[in-house]
Design a protein around this ligand. Structure first.
Ligand code: PLP
Length: 347
């Protein structure tokens, strides 16, 4: 081969290599990124982020906040959305965001694999949010502290008003926490609004702190910082699995439950990646990461094994929770403002 020919061949090869490297840079770029707001436990949020990045090459920027805080942030950013996907947390703020047009309708090919309660959430929100897990509300109590304070067995919501529990009950603030909003809606559905607010005012006398996050009271109970923590039963189970002296209670009067949800943000800058995450998050492989991160909810895909530690919903006296009513924008705003005025500001 002449020098000229070999130079030409070399330059063709170089050109081809440059084109290939452009292609691979382009391919890497096309995988792009995803901004996720995550409302479950930090450990589970991190496990989802890492697994999705590994599976797809998409870089995830994740922020963990409580359910009500994410709703407030999504609303504040509506004119210029920062996040693409809102994964986890109780369904009520997802429903409120759907009604206010802050989230996007989407039908995943995975819908046919989901439990009825997950599909109902999607239908009620006009396809703007979908159920990803479910779990019942309850409370946990530290058996060592209960013994030293002579509280007796605690089995019912009514037991939490015992004078022996003065300053010994911890629960989150329903403005920031979906767990605590589920309590507010549950008590009203069991007792009626007037008696329900009387109960919450009486409970206030025993509350030592309204935390920001819904899972914090379960942790505080395990650490012996409070005798009782009101939380989702699966959050209390996590403490029992870690060998804390804590008893999980499904209240005798009955209790509410959550449909943990997922929504795509309206105006998402990485819409295709948000849809990829959404489809993946509904698969059994993704849903199994919950139990691996010690979160023992009931998963929404029928083919995801229910963790053996998950409280059996069939053994709990569940109320017929009205998700549409208590997730509606008007009702949620009204109840939160009434709780602020009539309960939180009491001495
Ligand atoms: N963590 C777990 C394990 C949950 O099940 C839920 C409810 O969806 C949350 C966190 C939500 O927390 P918060 O009450 O802080 O909004």
């Amino acid at each position: 081969m002449s020098l000229k020919k070999s130079f030409a061949a070399a330059s063709m090869l170089a050109g081809a290599m440059t084109a290939m490297s452009f292609m691979s840079a382009g391919a890497a770029q096309a995988q792009g990124e995803l901004v996720m707001y995550c409302a479950v436990q930090e450990e589970w949020c991190r496990a989802m982020t890492t697994a999705f990045e590994r599976e797809t090459g998409i870089k995830v920027s994740m922020t963990r906040k409580s359910s009500g805080e994410i709703y407030a942030q999504v609303k504040a950013e509506a004119a210029n959305p920062r996040a693409d996907i809102w994964w986890g947390g109780t369904g009520d703020p997802h429903m409120q965001a759907a009604e206010e047009g802050l989230t996007e309708a989407y039908k995943s090919p995975k819908m046919s694999e989901l439990q009825d309660w997950a599909v109902r959430q999607w239908e009620q929100s006009k396809q703007r949010t979908v159920g990803i897990y479910s779990g019942a509300l309850g409370f946990g109590y530290n058996t060592d502290l209960a013994q030293s304070k002579k509280t007796g067995d605690l089995k019912c919501w009514a037991d939490l008003l015992k004078p022996e529990l003065k300053d010994e009950v911890q629960v989150a603030d329903p403005n920031s926490s979906g767990t605590a909003y589920t309590l507010l809606a549950t008590i009203i559905q069991i007792m009626g609004e007037d008696k329900g607010f009387e109960y919450l005012k009486a409970l206030h006398k025993n509350v030592n702190q309204y935390t920001k996050s819904g899972a914090a009271p379960a942790k505080a109970t395990a650490l012996g910082e409070t005798t009782v923590g009101i939380a989702f039963m699966h959050d209390v189970v996590t403490m029992v699995v870690d060998k804390a002296p804590v008893k999980v209670v499904a209240p005798c009067e009955g209790t509410g439950y959550e449909i943990g949800s997922m929504s795509i943000i309206k105006g998402a800058k990485n819409l295709d990646n948000a849809k990829k995450f959404y489809d993946w998050a509904l698969t059994p492989d993704a849903q199994k990461l919950g139990a691996a991160a010690k979160s023992y909810q009931v998963p929404s895909n029928k083919n995801t094994p229910v963790p053996p530690q998950a409280p059996k919903l069939s053994d709990v006296k569940l109320i017929n929770f009205d998700f549409a009513k208590y997730g509606s924008s008007e009702e949620r705003k009204r109840l939160l403002s009434k709780w602020d005025n009539e309960v939180k500001n009491l001495p």
